[in-house]
Design a binder for this molecule. Sequence first.
Ligand SMILES: NC(=O)c1ccc[n+]([C@@H]2O[C@H](COP(=O)([O-])OP(=O)(O)OC[C@H]3O[C@@H](n4cnc5c(N)ncnc54)[C@H](O)[C@@H]3O)[C@@H](O)[C@H]2O)c1
Length: 329
Amino acid sequence: MELNQIQKNKIANSAFLVTGGAGFIGSNIVEFLLKTGAGKVRVLDNLSTGFRKNIQEFESRKEFEFIEGDIRNLQHCLQACEGMDFVSHQAALGSVPRSIDDPVTTNDVNIGGHLNMLIACRDRKIKCMAYAASSSTYGDSIELPKKEDRIGKPLSPYAVTKLVNELYADVFFKTYGVKTIGLRYFNVFGPRQNPYGAYAAVVPLFMESVLNGTSPFINGDGMQTRDFTYVENAVFANILAMITENPESINQVYNIAVGEQISLNQLLEKIKEISGRQNIKAVYREARKGDVRNSLADISKATNLLGYKPSVNVTNGIKLTYEFWKSRI
Ligand SMILES: NC(=O)c1ccc[n+]([C@@H]2O[C@H](COP(=O)([O-])OP(=O)(O)OC[C@H]3O[C@@H](n4cnc5c(N)ncnc54)[C@H](O)[C@@H]3O)[C@@H](O)[C@H]2O)c1
C-alpha cells in the first residue's frame, strides 16, 4: 500500500505520539512515521513489555523523542500529548494468559491507562487517536467471518479490557467530541515481536523453535484457526486512521486483518517449508483457557471507510519475519 502525496504532506506537517512505541507494533509505527518524514514522533512507554533497543536506531533523529512514563499516570499522558496532532495508542498489557494470571494489573493498565489517554486527548485537543482494540472482543461468538457489529461475550479479562476501551472511546466522542478510531487487530506478527517469556505469541515462538531445531508446543490440537496479520498491515491501518479526512470513519471500530484463515498446524507447516527444516515436530499439550477456537475477519468496513488494503499476505509475512529472525541469530 502506498500513501498519496496529500497524505505524505499531512504526515510531514504533523506531530505524532505513539504510546507503547517501544513495543512490537508501536516501534513499527514509529519506524514508518520517521521513514515517511513525519514532523515529530514522540514515544510514551514504561518499558514494561517493550524494549529500549526497539527504538535505539531512532534516538539520534531530531524529530524523535522518548518519554519514559506510564499511561496509568494522567500527568504523564497530558505531558506526552502536549503539542501533538495525532495519537496512536498502543500501550497496554497484551496476552490472554497474562490477564488470567493477573487481572488487576491488566485492568489498571488497559482500562485506567486508556481512560487517561482519552482525557489527555480531550484536554490537549488531539485531532484523532487511533487505538489498539482486539479481535478478542468477538469472544464466544462463533460466527465467521467476524463483522464489527456482531460480537459475543468476552472469554478473558484481557478481552473485557479491550471491549471497555471501545465503550469509553464511544462515550468520549459523544460527550466531549474526542475523535478516535479503534483498530481490532487479528494476531499481528512480524519483526521485533518478543519471542521470550511466558506470554510470547505463537509466531515468534514457532520461529524460535524452528531456528533452534527444537519442538514447538501447540496448545490443543492445532486445528484452531487465526487470521494472522503481518505488522505492516497494522501500521498502515494506524496511519490511515489517524490522518483520515473522512468524517464517517470517526468513532468507529474496524477489523484489521488480511482475511485469510489458517490453522496453527498450517502455520507451522509454512514456517517449516520456508526455513527448509521439515523434520521439526510439534508437541501437543492441553488447550488454553480463554482462547477463541476460530477467527477470520471481514475487512470490508476498513476498506470502505479508511481505504485499508492489506499489502502483505500470510505467506509473504512469514517469509519477511523468518528473514528478520535469521538475521538476528
Ligand atoms: N500483537 C497482537 O497480535 C495484538 C492483537 C490485538 C491487540 N493488540 C494490542 O496492540 C497493542 C500493542 O501490542 P504489541 O503486540 O505491540 O505488544 P507489546 O507488549 O510489544 O507493546 C506494548 C507496549 O506498551 C508498553 N506499555 C505497557 N504498559 C504500559 C504502561 N502502563 N505505560 C506505558 N507503556 C506501557 C510496553 O512497554 C510495550 O512497549 C496492545 O494494545 C495490544 O493489546 C495486539
